[in-house]
Write a protein that binds this ligand. Structure first.
Ligand code: GLP
Length: 258
């Protein structure tokens, strides 16, 4: 995995935005996998800025979101549909029909999950997947013990995730217990992956994902098996990496590399 350490969360977001922009400029009809949570907010702000000030064009792009809470309607302020619309889609020129987000209100989850997987495939697969990381090391809603070969399905959330995400709800018992999520296997099929993490609270999860063993107990560790995965972190999230000096040494030496 390529580890890129930036001083601040803002620089982390800008680095990720440059990767997205480079992809869209070289492949305007790229398929991009998107994440929710507080971590990618800076990235979305930067993409909106690039769209408005530099003409970054999303008109031919397709997006697939990782996950959604089961039971929340698209209009619910804590649904990931609402989050994506408010923080990205309504500010850029993406075509509505090219936006895919798992449904939290379908009456046939199994059929929906199969359809979602098929849509990704029919669109040519995901070119670039953006990921955040949960404090227990999960990606999307693939909680500890999720199969590393898993596909889009319903997951029961871990207590820690419910507690972490309770900050967005009025009370703990309002946090949904189930989510529909792309699987680890689905995510690993993306051609390129960027894992973002900022802040000290993510330091242990990042260290386990990047330097620990590959294990279903830290589903982000499966990225070690991917041939083009990048982990972009700020100082806080990098603070428990044992090989931090080495990653920075690589970065410093990059311009002279053969
Ligand atoms: C949720 C999402 C994940 C996200 C995680 C961390 O569990 N399903 O995709 O990475 O939250 O969120 P935050 O970025 O707010 O810490």
């Amino acid at each position: 995995m390529e580890i890129i350490v930036r001083e601040t969360a803002q620089e982390m977001s800008k680095t990720a935005a440059r990767v997205v922009a480079r992809l869209l400029n070289s492949k305007p009809d790229a398929v991009i996998g998107l994440a929710t949570g507080s971590t990618p907010l800076g990235l979305y702000q930067e993409l909106v800025r690039m769209h408005k000030e530099e003409g970054l064009d999303f008109s031919q792009a397709t997006t697939f979101n990782l996950d959604e809470y089961v039971g929340l309607t698209q209009q619910h302020p804590q649904s990931y549909h609402y989050f994506m619309h408010e923080n990205l889609f309504k500010h850029i020129n993406i075509a509505k029909q090219n936006i895919y987000i798992p449904s939290g209100t379908t009456d046939n989850y199994q059929a929906f999950c199969e359809w979602y997987e098929k849509r990704i495939e029919d669109c040519g697969g995901i070119d670039l997947q953006i990921l955040g990381i949960g404090s227990d090391g999960h990606i999307a809603f693939n909680e500890p013990s999720s199969s590393l070969g898993s596909r889009t399905r319903i997951k029961t959330l871990a207590r820690q995730t419910i507690e972490d995400n309770a900050r967005f709800f009025d009370s703990l018992d309002q946090v949904p217990i189930y989510a529909i999520t792309m699987g680890v296997g689905t995510i690993l099929e993306a051609r390129k992956i960027i894992l973002l993490a900022n802040g000290q609270k993510k330091a242990a999860a990042v260290a386990a994902a990047v330097e620990g063993p590959v294990t279903s107990m830290i589903t982000a560790s499966a990225l070690q098996l991917h041939r083009d995965a990048m982990c972009i972190v700020d100082r806080g999230a990098a603070s428990e990496l044992k090989m931090l000096d080495y990653y920075q040494w690589i970065q410093a030496k990059m311009p002279d590399a053969p």
